[in-house]
Design a protein around this ligand. Structure first.
Ligand code: ATP
Length: 168
């Protein structure tokens, strides 16, 4: 199904505005003016982005900042969710996509959760031919990246070299 990532992501982000406001978090959104429609499952994309944004809010203390960004790159579209939260220790990083993993800091305990969200998000990203990875520094913040290949574009891309050859 053709999905406009900008539309789905900004709708999900809007749902979180009240929650972010209560926590005095700054929510920023950087979207490109144009983006090809990608053949994805819109419900999966909603669920994935919902989860990443929800975690970013959950694991970021008051007055922090959360940024959602979408970039079109040479051969993929990259969704970035960046937070200035508690981060994930190097020791825990290899385990966070595992089922039922939850770390043991006070903010996590207070926030609650099952530890299933990220493993589900990863499975959904992969079902849509994407990949997910992250970078994190403890007490500084975490950035999640989700990349979908441009091969999923619903129409040929205007700058695709193959199209130029055809026209010649
Ligand atoms: P639920 O799935 O019910 O929301 P959860 O948030 O504990 O619960 P996951 O989303 O799977 O579960 O995340 C697993 C663990 O990874 C979390 O408990 C937390 O320790 C860590 N984590 C995930 N996202 C972040 C983030 N943005 N910043 C810091 N830690 C994070």
């Amino acid at each position: 199904q053709p999905v406009d990532l900008r539309q789905v992501l900004s709708a999900v982000l809007d749902e979180f505005r009240p929650r972010a406001e209560r926590k005095k978090l700054q929510l920023d959104c950087l979207l490109p003016n144009e983006l090809p429609l990608l053949s994805l499952d819109p419900l999966h994309i909603r669920q994935i982005s919902h989860h990443l944004i929800s975690n970013a809010i959950k694991y970021t203390p008051e007055h922090g900042q959360i940024q959602l960004e979408v970039q079109q790159r040479i051969d993929d579209v990259l969704v970035v969710v960046r937070d200035t939260g508690i981060g994930i220790s190097l020791r825990e990083q290899p385990r966070i996509f595992g089922r039922f993993f939850r770390n043991d800091n006070p903010l996590s305990r207070a926030a609650g959760g099952t530890g299933l969200g990220l493993s589900i998000a990863k499975a959904l990203v992969e079902m849509n031919h994407g990949s997910i990875y992250f970078e994190s520094i403890e007490e500084e913040g975490t950035t999640f990246y989700v990349a979908f290949p441009l091969a999923l574009a619903c129409e040929p891309l205007p700058h695709n070299p193959a199209t130029l050859v055809d026209a010649a």
